[in-house]
Design a protein around this ligand. Structure first.
Ligand code: C5P
Length: 232
């Protein structure tokens, strides 16, 4: 898998999602399906988007006891998704169990990446609510290294962390980065953002882009602009 732009299809229904994807007329962008759409439509939404020829990042962020995560990952593998994820906070043992669950009859498996600390968690809430007192940047790197030790393929991280993750975990350890905005765009509720061109420069492997594409008057042009800036 090479560098790519993944469109976050944060829609509430299959109808809205297909109306959006139909605008691409034969182009097949890599798409991210999150909890809202998956819980609304069930596994059929994955099968239908896959049948249309798209690659899929299924963003369900699993976090449970190792045995449960292992079994759930086996189900997701057989949905034929390309990337799935979990919370690194579930421990190395949980991540190893998840890897064991990722099997398909033909021997292939989806890529598995870990969420470190959510970007909505800050130093204050981490100390107050989770009783973790290390600097948050160190916690993120520690979780990334745990994911690497467990055999995962990479992490979801802010574009600002991608370079350091590659330094600590190796250049082949994938960094999948949301929080991408055009230089002349609205940043919305994202706090730390980067342009696709900057994300390319710091070595992100995949950028996840939602509203700059989905809320654009011309989503195809916005997608092309991301591709041009990020891949060139
Ligand atoms: O619309 P926008 O480009 O902000 O969408 C970014 C996508 O990436 C959303 O689906 C959001 O849930 C997801 N995401 C994020 N920050 C994280 C993890 C996931 O924005 N730390």
């Amino acid at each position: 898998m090479g560098k790519d732009v993944i469109i976050a299809c944060d829609f509430a229904s299959a109808a809205q999602t297909f109306a959006f994807l139909d605008r691409f007329h034969g182009r097949k962008p890599f798409v991210k399906i999150g909890m809202e759409l998956f819980y609304a439509e069930g596994p059929s939404i994955v099968r239908e988007i896959k049948a249309r020829g798209h690659q899929i990042f299924l963003d369900l962020k699993l976090h449970d006891i190792p045995n449960t995560v292992k079994k759930a990952m086996a189900v997701l593998s057989n949905l034929d998704v390309d990337i799935c994820n979990l919370h690194a906070g579930g421990t190395i043992r949980m991540m190893q169990a998840a890897m064991e669950g990722l099997t398909r009859p033909d021997g292939t498996r989806p890529l598995l990446i870990a969420v470190t600390q959510l970007t909505s968690t800050d130093q204050e809430s981490m100390e107050r609510d989770l009783l973790i007192h290390e600097p948050i940047a160190d916690v993120v790197m520690h979780y990334a290294e745990n994911a690497k030790k467990a055999g995962l393929d990479g992490v979801v991280c802010s574009p600002l962390e991608a370079q350091k993750v590659h330094e600590r975990c190796g250049s082949d350890f994938l960094t999948v980065t949301p929080g991408v905005r055009f230089a002349d765009g609205d940043i919305g509720d994202q706090k730390r953002v980067m342009t696709p061109a900057e994300a390319k420069k710091i070595g992100s492997d995949y950028i996840v882009v939602g509203r700059p594409i989905t809320a654009s008057d011309d989503p195809v042009a916005a997608y092309e602009r991301c591709i041009n800036e990020f891949i060139g």
